[in-house]
Design a protein around this ligand. Sequence first.
Ligand code: NDP
Length: 290
Amino acid sequence: MTARILDGKALAERVRNDIAARTAALAQRGVQPCLAVIVVGVNPASAVYVRNKVAACEAAGIRSLRFDYAADASCDEVFARIAALNADASVHGILVQLPLPPQFDEQAVLEAIALEKDVDGFHAENVGRLSQGQECFIPCTPHGVMKMFEAEGVPLQGAEAVVIGRSNIVGKPMAMLLTNAGATVTVCHSKTRDLAAHTRRADIVVAAVGRPRFVTADMVKPGAVVIDVGINRIESGPEAGKLCGDVDFASVAEVASLVTPVPGGVGPMTITMLLENTLEAAARAARKRG
Ligand code: NDP
């Protein structure tokens, strides 16, 4: 079998066009969606992500504000900025780029963001609402994966799904979303015994491990849908410097029915869902205003 390749870039473009149209319609009603991004210190990987997020906002007609702080910034000044943005009715989404320097308690920073502006969906109350299937902001990466399932018509109800990874930003919310959608979900991690025994019976595998080409063809059931969240830079050898995912794409594409590439798979959808969440935050604010 040779898998179909799910082109995340093309899907992201379609969704972003739709977001741009809805943003324009909201702006016509007097509400211009606006995302504020707070960056502390200089982290090369984060710098690329932040640039891409800001550019994507602009392309969709979403206003963006950027606040940069030195790596030795005090917690007080960052908390003061968050408080000011919380109080600013023209700002609809607030994102603090992670990781933060060691003087910060990341969870405390995330909890300082007003719930209705928490477009990353990392606030503990948002996470609780997600687990209860209530209205909330869904963390962007798993949100993007769900959009991919929807676009491809992947049946989730009753499906056996295995999520590899249990991080707060990807693995756990992914598992919750799949559970809410009616899948039977197994969450695997570094302490899992015989990982392949789990993945081999899965109709859907979502890999969020952070290890290059970790999921190989022998771990995948023929016909499974394999979603690769990982973004890894190969450190040595002839491919040094290249990006690859957590899935051994070449071999897995021989057994799976649908697989996402890296780059060009989940990555573009993550930023797209940040735009979606920001637009949603603005739309909710507009509804509240009446
Ligand atoms: P974390 O490092 O926070 O989590 C990795 C998870 O993988 C942990 O739960 C860990 O288990 C598990 N794990 C590690 N080694 C093994 C192993 N040998 N067997 C089974 N499980 C293992 O990473 P993130 O969730 O933040 O990110 C995962 C990947 O996704 C990274 O490559 C990251 O760059 C990428 N990413 C991509 C995004 C995108 O937009 N495409 C967005 C966010 C992340 P344990 O908990 O036991 O340590």
